[in-house]
Ligand binder design. Structure first.
Ligand SMILES: O=C(O)CCC(=O)C(=O)O
Ligand SMILES: [Fe+2]
Length: 358
């Protein structure tokens, strides 16, 4: 019997498009679809041995995935990514069951893509903007608490094995000690009682996702994943509009932008209610800047302005700030990636070396 504490996300067998959009997607609430791919070939891969038999020759990239999200952009050392055949990876985890290496966010191979059809639920938003990803990992592995910075909606299908998944709403960010798109709270290191208490404090929900089930989790929601057994999942990411696409592709990520994006998932609402706010961000993006640092300042000022107008406030009990050095280093790297090509570096300042300024 599944414990009650893992029954916090409703399970639905048949959900009309309208119910899905009105009751879940637009409400930013998760739901588990229990027969998303009924009678489709992907359902036959419900145990790891059939995955090995049918897909053993597929090449994968394995890495430490989202395990060290909060360190990934600093100088932390972790095992480099490497290429392996799927069957060889399964042999490898038999020999090294504690390994941190897993296949995380690989582009979905055609051999798997052809085993199911994209569900009609994914017709929400820009249809040409859909993307699919593969996850395969060993029991005991995990994905650290984060949100996806692309701001797409996610249908997360469990092919085989089981996962514990925690979903926390975007607006809980002040309780999560956020740094860009990851939280400094390491659920992976908490006891079960501590995890439950923290999830309740943050207003989150949790479930155990089993083979054949698909979890819908809303764009910009925080999520944390534990691999309870060796397992494989597919993420179908969809549902952006021109606003959330711009925010997800052009703007530097932080939890204010996250909360702004989570209010902009419905194109019509943005047009009717938030067009001025969206323009503030767009104008900041196109405003001339002489350095990446200045661009970050312009954008952050715009986020602050817009966020105060449209985001739902949440009070946290603990005011914990992250170390300045970590915040600065990670922001610098991210901002360079996003804005590096739209500003003119000023040579006399030696590029845009703003990490040491102030
Ligand atoms: O299952 C995992 O390892 C992480 C899944 C995830 O973070 C995602 O689909 O965005
Ligand atoms: Fe994710």
């Amino acid at each position: 019997m599944i414990e009650e504490r893992f029954e916090q996300i409703p399970r639905r067998a048949y959900l009309s498009q309208e119910e899905f959009e009105q009751d879940f997607l637009l409400e930013r609430k998760p739901v588990i679809l229990t027969n998303l791919f009924q009678d489709q070939p992907i359902q036959k891969l419900a145990n790891i041995e059939s995955v090995r038999r049918q897909l053993g020759e597929i090449p994968l990239m394995v890495s430490e995935g989202i395990r060290h999200y909060h360190l990934a952009q600093t100088n932390a050392s972790f095992e480099p990514a490497r290429s392996l055949m799927l069957g060889d990876y399964l042999d490898f985890i038999d020999q090294e069951p504690e390994t941190a290496l897993l296949c995380s966010e690989n582009a979905l191979p055609d051999e798997i893509q052809m085993l199911f059809t994209i569900p009609k639920y994914c017709q929400f938003g820009d249809r040409d903007d859909l993307t699919t990803r593969l996850f395969l990992g060993n029991a005991g592995n995990y994905a650290h608490l984060h949100f996806d910075g692309d701001f797409r909606q996610v249908l997360f299908y469990q092919v085989c094995g089981s996962k514990r998944i925690v979903i926390i709403p975007a607006n809980a960010a002040p309780k999560l000690v956020p740094n860009q798109h990851w939280s400094m709270v390491c659920l992976e290191h908490l006891s079960e009682a501590e995890k439950d208490a923290f999830i309740a404090y943050a207003g989150g929900v949790q479930c155990i996702l089993n083979p054949g089930e698909a979890l819908f989790f809303p764009a910009a929601a925080w999520h944390y994943v534990e691999y309870l057994t060796t397992g494989m999942s597919i993420a179908i990411r969809f549902g952006r509009n021109r606003y959330t696409r711009f925010l997800g592709e052009k703007c530097h990520l932080d939890s204010k932008l996250q909360r702004i994006a989570s209010q902009m998932i419905d194109e019509q609402t943005v047009q009717e209610q938030y067009s001025k706010e969206y323009e503030v961000i767009q104008q900041a993006f196109y405003q001339p800047a002489q350095s990446v640092r200045e661009k970050v300042r312009q954008m952050s000022t715009a986020y602050d302005h817009v966020w105060k107008v449209i985001a739902e406030p949440v009070e946290s009990i603990y005011q914990i700030s992250i170390p300045d050095q970590l915040a600065q280093t990670t922001l610098e790297i991210q901002a360079q990636r996003r804005y590096g090509n739209i500003i003119q570096p000023i040579p006399q300042f030696g590029g845009w070396g703003w990490a040491s300024a102030n």
